[in-house]
Structure formats: structure tokens, C-alpha cells
Design a protein around this ligand. Structure first.
Ligand code: ADP
Length: 349
């Protein structure tokens, strides 16, 4: 088990800086997820922690020790990738114990460890099979088992589920969460999928263009986003955002610029006669997902989403929506969150 600290990390490839002044503490024993759009620097960050990539500047500490000059094999970090990287000619057992043999672990000890770990990941019946005789989920388990036998202080997982179909991916998510609980080891997990991040992480680091946008627990990211990027990245459908400079010609409030107003689709209440920011519009699409319905509504100022739970699907052509004032989010011209500008809300009409 170990805490990981990234201090002032920069990474430049040739002359392109892909990670900028990254400062992050990954709590010992946490399940920390790095999430962000493709190319934002998640894998590079993981690879620097593992020692597969050297940072251009800054310090990395694992368990309180600076590992800047420690090679990957000595960092006590195990990696699991999306393309399992299994040896095709070896059996499951051979794949799992390969690293142990290399380390010179005696046969008896090796067998016992492989046995225990294959039980944990549900591979015990398949130890004599070859990778091509296994399903995608089973192959992923072999990759996990191979990482686990190293008994590392940190697990690093780079999009490990992205090659699996949706049902298996859901199942493996749950298995990974349980595995993490059982091992108590620090997990650092990369995904571009915000739903996966929200459902798995106990701490989530949202990245964009090589910069951490927000590092927080899932509920804070959703309910208290630090900026426009996080607000729009987390949630399905995303937070509705109105550029009020275009829509209302409004800007300054309390000496602070507010450029955008946002609200979550489930806070857009349809047909309720309460106080709040009112929007009227035509229902452009309506989608029933069972317990919830999602509407796309085109109003004078914008097109936005509204979501209802456990209510019949509306058949009307248009709708009036109210967002309670306290459910509005405000952002400045550069997307930074603005708080305490409730007075502005009442001027939106
Ligand atoms: P993510 O994992 O978020 O998709 P990456 O960390 O893989 O992003 O990549 C971040 C940026 O660094 C991208 O612009 C990518 O093209 C660039 N990059 C990654 N690895 C290399 C490399 N070995 N050489 C040059 N550029 C790279």
C-alpha cells in the first residue's frame, strides 16, 4: 500500500508540452480514477508513475520515497492494460507465474500464490487453458492475476475494460471494485468514460489538455463542479449551458463577469408552478429509458435537455420548464465557477 505524490510534474514530447504543472496526491488505498477526453494526458501520467516515461520536470513519490531515479521494475507498481498482452503460447498458469519464475520464487510458493490468486479472480478452472480458449473477460482476469501475483504496492490500470462488451464491462467494474476492497491496495485507473469513472472511483481526477480541472469525490464533481469543463464533462446528458452574453446581453454582476449559466437536466422541472428561471420551448426529441425520460427542448435562448423520473412520457408538442434559482450554476468567461451571484438569476427571464 502506498500514497502517490506528483509534485510540479511537466512532460514535454519534443517541443509539445502535454502535462503542465501537475500536482496531485493519490491517497493510500484509494481507488483513484483519472478521466478526461482522449489525448488529455491520462496515460502519460500513469506511465510516469510506473516509470515507463520520464517526466521532464517535477518529482514523483511513492510511499513517501522519491522514485525519480528508480527504474520501473523496482517501483513495486503493477500495470494492467486494455490489450491484455498475454503470451499466446503459454497456459493461463504459465502467464500468471511468468514474472514469479523470473524473480526466482521457489516452485511450491509459486504454486500456492497462483492457486490463491486464481481463486480470487475466478480462474481456477482455466489454469491449463491457452489465452485463445478464453473469453475477453477471462483474458482480462488473467492480466489482473498476473499483476496481482507481484503483490505490488500500487496497481495501475489503463482502460482495462475498453475491449469488453457493455454487459461484461459492467460485471468487471463490480469485480474490480470488490477486488480493490479485498486487497486494500492503491488503484490508479484511467478511463475516458465519465460513467465508468463515476461508478468506480472513490476519488476522481478530471483532466483536460494536460491540466487537472478538478480532483474530488464523485458527488462533489457532480454537484459542485469547479469549472465549466467539469460541469459539462460529468453527467448524462451533460449540464445544460447557456451563454448569457448571447442570449440575454447580460454580463456584469457584483463586479464579476458571468458569461454562462448552467443547470442539470433533472433540475429542469416541467410544468411546475414554482419560482425560478423559466424557459418555454418546443419538445424536439423525447426518449423513454424506462424509469427516466429525457427531452430535448428548443427555446428562444437555447436547446437544452430535461429529465424526469417515474413519470409518464409527455406527448405535448411544447413545454414550460422551471429551474429553481438555487439550482443554477454560474461561470465566468474562462469557465471558472462564480458563486454568490443569485441576484443575477432573477434577471434571467
Ligand atoms: P490520453 O491517455 O489522455 O488519451 P496520452 O497521455 O496518451 O493521452 O497523450 C497525451 C498527449 O501526448 C497526446 O497529445 C499524445 O499525442 C502525446 N503523446 C503521448 N505519447 C507520446 C509520445 N511517445 N511521443 C509524442 N507524443 C506523445
Amino acid at each position: 500500500m502506498a500514497k502517490i505524490e506528483l509534485l510540479g510534474i511537466e512532460k514535454t514530447f519534443k517541443d509539445e508540452t502535454v502535462i503542465r504543472n501537475l500536482n496531485l496526491t493519490i491517497r493510500d488505498g484509494s481507488f483513484t480514477v483519472l478521466v478526461g477526453p482522449s489525448g488529455c494526458g491520462k496515460s502519460t501520467t500513469l506511465r510516469m508513475i510506473a516509470g515507463l516515461e520520464k517526466q521532464t520536470a517535477g518529482e514523483i513519490r511513492i510511499g513517501g520515497t522519491c522514485v525519480n531515479d528508480v527504474p520501473p521494475g523496482k517501483r513495486n507498481v503493477a500495470m494492467v492494460f486494455q490489450n491484455y498482452a498475454l503470451y499466446p503460447t503459454m497456459t493461463v498458469r504459465g502467464n500468471i507465474e511468468f514474472g514469479l519464475k523470473n524473480r526466482g520464487m521457489p516452485g511450491k510458493e509459486r504454486q500456492s500464490l497462483v492457486h490463491d490468486i486464481s481463486e480470487i479472480v475466478g480462474l481456477a478452472p482455466y489454469l491449463d487453458k491457452k489465452p485463445q480458449q478464453l473469453s475477453g473477460g477471462q483474458r482480462q482476469r488473467v492480466a489482473l492475476a498476473r499483476a496481482m501475483v507481484k503483490q505490488p504496492q500500487v496497481f495501475i490500470l489503463d482502460e482495462p475494460l475498453s475491449n469488453l462488451d457493455a454487459k461484461l464491462r459492467n460485471q468487471m467494474r463490480t469485480e474490480l471494485i470488490q477486488l480493490h476492497k479485498r486487497l486494500g491496495t492503491t488503484f490508479v485507473y484511467v478511463t475516458h468514460d465519465q460513467v465508468e469513472a463515476m461508478s468506480m472511483g472513490d476519488e476522481i481526477v478530471v483532466m483536460d489538455k494536460g491540466v487537472i480541472q478538478q480532483a474530488d469525490i464523485p458527488s462533489k464533481l457532480y454537484h459542485d463542479p469547479a469549472n465549466l469543463f467539469t460541469a459539462q464533462f460529468i453527467g448524462t446528458p451533460a449540464m445544460n449551458i447557456i451563454d448569457i452574453r448571447d442570449a440575454y446581453g447580460l454580463e456584469l454582476e457584483n463586479g464579476e463577469g458571468v458569461s454562462y449559466v448552467g443547470f442539470r437536466p433533472e433540475q429542469a422541472l416541467i410544468g411546475k408552478s414554482i419560482e425560478g428561471f423559466r424557459l418555454e420551448g418546443e419538445i424536439v426529441t423525447r426518449e423513454s429509458l424506462g424509469a427516466e425520460n429525457v427531452y430535448q427542448i428548443r427555446s428562444r435562448c437555447c436547446t437544452f435537455f430535461a429529465k424526469t423520473y417515474l413519470e409518464p412520457l409527455l406527448t405535448e408538442a411544447s413545454a414550460t420548464v422551471v429551474v429553481p434559482y438555487e439550482q443554477l450554476y454560474f461561470f465566468g468567461p474562462n469557465g471558472e465557477r462564480r458563486r454568490g451571484v443569485r441576484a443575477l438569476a432573477k434577471r434571467l427571464a
